[in-house]
Write a protein that binds this ligand. Structure first.
Ligand SMILES: C[S@@+](CC[C@H](N)C(=O)[O-])C[C@H]1O[C@@H](n2cnc3c(N)ncnc32)[C@H](O)[C@@H]1O
Length: 242
């Protein structure tokens, strides 16, 4: 298990109310919910309260993805991001590369912000946002060099411990694993030979629970590295090992 080096801290300012144009505030369905703005790995990210607020620690997933893409540890080709929210993790992942990025989320509001954030960051021409369930929006035959997934992973009975987060963004079902397992299935079905799958979870323990279920269903797919942020935050890399 690899513990992250104590290197650079995530680049993210505290969240501030943006002086966003009225048109953007109007995208929030809740009355009076203004557009907000934050910085994530140097990108300006806009969102509103119905979308999960970008969390600084998740830059670990972006940085790991960039590392794999830049080192050529995955094949050439596009990147897929499942459960993209406002899109910041995937945008930061491909920012220094020339990769195409497909971002998927089932929340129409999240998708609108993701599209807007891609355009604002100057990546609009190589980012495609697809709105809908992850299994329905990734097309048969599509293969990606790297798949990022950040599914809801909080067990339903613990969701009330996070009153500021939209339930639809964090509720991972009775054991917290329902959406993670679905995301793994979609990811594995659409990963190019030699590619990888980077997944966020509720700590290393949850990653290992997912790994056991994945191994039963997809022999050959292994959790090959875990980077732990803390007890409740970790990212895992899956690969197909012959
Ligand atoms: C934990 S949030 C992560 C959002 C974003 N990656 C971030 O860090 O802010 C999970 C996201 O998954 C989306 N989601 C939930 N179920 C989904 C599904 N079946 N298909 C696609 N997206 C889904 C939610 O709308 C939410 O934006």
């Amino acid at each position: 298990m690899a513990i992250p080096s104590g290197g650079k801290a995530p680049v993210m300012n505290s969240t501030t109310q943006a002086r966003a144009p009225r048109a953007e505030s109007a995208w929030c369905d809740r009355d009076g919910d203004p557009a907000r703005c934050t910085h994530f790995e140097g990108l300006e990210i806009h969102y509103c309260g119905e979308v999960l607020e970008p969390r600084p620690w998740t830059a670990e997933q972006s940085r790991w993805a960039t590392e794999l893409l830049e080192a050529g540890d995955v094949p050439r080709g596009p990147v897929l991001e499942l459960c993209a929210g406002a899109g910041q993790i995937g945008l930061a992942a491909v920012a220094t590369t020339d990769r195409r990025l497909v971002q998927v989320d089932e929340s129409p509001i999240a998708c609108r912000w993701a599209e807007r954030n891609a355009a604002r960051s100057g990546f609009g021409d190589r980012v495609e946002v697809r709105c809908g369930d992850m299994a329905a929006t990734v097309r048969p035959g599509e293969r990606y060099a790297l798949v990022l997934a950040d599914p809801p992973y909080v067990p339903s009975h613990q969701v009330d411990d996070h009153p500021d987060d939209p339930r639809s963004a964090i509720d991972g079902g009775h054991d917290g694993l329902v959406l993670s397992c679905r995301a793994m299935q979609v990811a594995i079905d659409h990963t190019a030979p030699g590619g990888g799958v980077l997944v966020q979870a509720l700590g290393a323990a949850q990653l290992h629970e997912i790994a056991e279920l994945v191994a039963m269903r997809f022999p050959g797919w292994h959790l090959v590295e875990v980077r732990v942020v803390d007890e409740h935050r970790a990212v895992g890399l899956w690969r197909q090992v012959p």
